[in-house]
Design a binder for this molecule. Structure first.
Ligand code: PNS
Length: 178
């Protein structure tokens, strides 16, 4: 037993979470994302919210608009910055000299995808650790896809996303709301 502990200790270097990358499509950012960002900011000195630019082909909002929405929503959270990234996430993490990747886990249904992604990222870059954070249960059912679906029917999604995000979606979908 003590032999196993010794092996693990030598294989894994100590990791202090000073800088974390929170990657995603954020199309759009919703309250569940915001909850995860707030939790990550409690754990790490700085959190870089990294908007995947390569997912913008199918995205409703442009990368620039998604960044603008996140910057606005996170302005009051200390240590948070927002940027885009392209290519492999692990390369971006190394480039940023970050310590870990943060991902939100809502339900069992997220697990398989997240598990696969975390292990592939570890295979690609063994020094990069993935940390999963659970949002508050009131946000557990939120997803950007469902929010876009509801907004697409002309219904109000302001309970789930910021005013700025809702306005951007309405504009994109051609809805005008007061
Ligand atoms: O919000 P999403 O869509 O679940 O985020 C997925 C994202 C952007 C984090 C993931 O697709 C990603 O990391 N893309 C970058 C390309 C990459 O590194 N792919 C290999 C990951 S296993």
């Amino acid at each position: 037993m003590s032999c196993i502990v010794a092996t693990i200790k030598t294989a894994l270097k100590p990791l202090k979470m000073q800088k974390a990358i929170y990657p995603g499509s954020f199309d759009p950012l919703h309250n569940g994302h915001l909850d995860v960002i707030s939790r990550a900011a409690r754990l790490c000195d700085s959190v870089v919210v990294a908007v995947a630019a390569n997912s913008s082909k199918n995205a409703l909002l442009s990368t620039a608009k998604r960044i603008e929405i996140i910057e606005d929503a996170t302005a009051a959270i200390p240590g948070v910055s927002v940027t885009e990234f392209d290519g492999l996430l692990v390369n971006f993490v190394i480039e940023q000299k970050a310590d870990c990747i943060i991902r939100g886990l809502r339900a069992i249904s997220d697990f398989e995808y997240e598990f696969q992604m975390a292990l592939m990222n570890r295979q690609l870059q063994s020094s990069v650790e993935t940390i999963f954070l659970m949002p508050n249960q009131e946000h557990i059912y939120l997803s950007s896809r469902i929010i876009k679906e509801i907004a697409g029917t002309g219904n109000d999604v302001r309970d789930f996303i910021s005013e700025k995000a809702a306005a951007a979606i309405d504009k994109k979908l051609g809805f005008k709301k007061t």
